[in-house]
Design a protein around this ligand. Structure first.
Ligand code: NAP
Length: 248
């Protein structure tokens, strides 16, 4: 039986590369996106060219109704759900905390924290052995920012990732006996569009020399860590984190 993985925010960046990598590893993929339908369809084609099934579903993970309809579409289109990669995340223009509005802070927290919780909730309902499921895996894409705090850039974003690290530990303990493993990856400076959203497209190149490895990371390198945590190779690993951050 094919194993289906939902990768949230997989039209671009780390999520897109993860969807393609997981397809190469033999999984069918639900490609979730927020706005960019053309990019999502490109990822669907990449998955299909590797011989796997794929479906693109628009859903804003910060909205409960969207998340419910996303999982209903998965129920209708695939035979069960094996895994969730919680990846859809946002940040806004770099600024100090004293400049931040409640609207901005709430937008970051609802997408990066509430969105991960809502998707985990729906995935657990389908995967838990206590509910007739087969077990499964959840990988939460956190950030090295959870450790560093992102002073002067986006402390709101860093705090959202700290929340995800705590959620990963608690949820891993909560569902371990139900056959679900929950782990996290903490990427560092990775070449994606996200830095443009922070107002500094060249941020990785500005900061890379402060890293022990003196270079930014690639989306493929993050996808490889996620793929290991999804795979049976990590079958005794839960509540753990992989740093993909060039040694920082
Ligand atoms: P990205 O290139 O900006 O891509 C973001 C993806 O998330 C896009 O597919 C976007 O969809 C989707 N998305 C955004 N908001 C969404 C929402 N509300 N609902 C559903 N999908 C949504 O970002 P990235 O750099 O690949 O980041 C992916 C994850 O890695 C994030 O959790 C981020 O915090 C984390 N991370 C990134 C870095 C880095 O250096 N890049 C470092 C550490 C951690 P559309 O295409 O439709 O807009």
């Amino acid at each position: 039986m094919s194993k289906v993985i939902l990768v949230t925010g997989s039209s671009r960046g780390i999520g897109a590369k993860t969807a393609i990598r997981l397809a190469a590893d033999g999984y069918d993929i639900c490609v979730n996106y927020s706005h960019d339908a053309i990019a999502a369809e490109n990822v669907v084609r990449e998955v299909q060219s590797r011989g796997r099934s794929a479906l693109a579903v628009q859903a804003d993970v910060s909205k409960e109704r969207d998340v419910q309809s996303l999982f209903t579409k998965i129920d209708e289109s695939f035979d069960g759900l094996y895994g969730l990669v919680n990846n859809a995340g946002i940040l806004f223009r770099q600024m100090r905390v004293e400049e931040m509005t409640a609207e901005r802070i709430n937008a970051v927290l609802t997408t990066n924290v509430t969105g991960y919780f809502l998707c985990a909730r729906e995935a657990i309902k389908r995967m838990s052995k206590n509910r007739g499921g087969m077990g499964g895996v959840i990988v939460n894409v956190s950030s090295a920012a959870a450790r560093t705090g992102s002073a002067g850039e986006y402390v709101d974003y860093a705090a959202s990732k700290g929340a995800i690290d705590t959620m990963t530990i608690g949820l891993a303990n909560e569902v371990a006996v139900e056959g679900i493993r929950v782990n996290g990856v903490r990427p560092g400076f990775i070449y994606t569009d996200m830095h443009r959203d922070g107002g500094e497209p060249g941020r990785v190149d500005r900061l890379k020399d402060c890293l022990p490895m003196k270079r930014g990371g690639t989306t493929e390198e993050v996808a490889a860590a996620i793929a290991w945590l999804v795979s049976e190779e990590s079958s005794y690993t839960t509540g753990s984190f992989i740093e993909v951050a060039g040694g920082r």
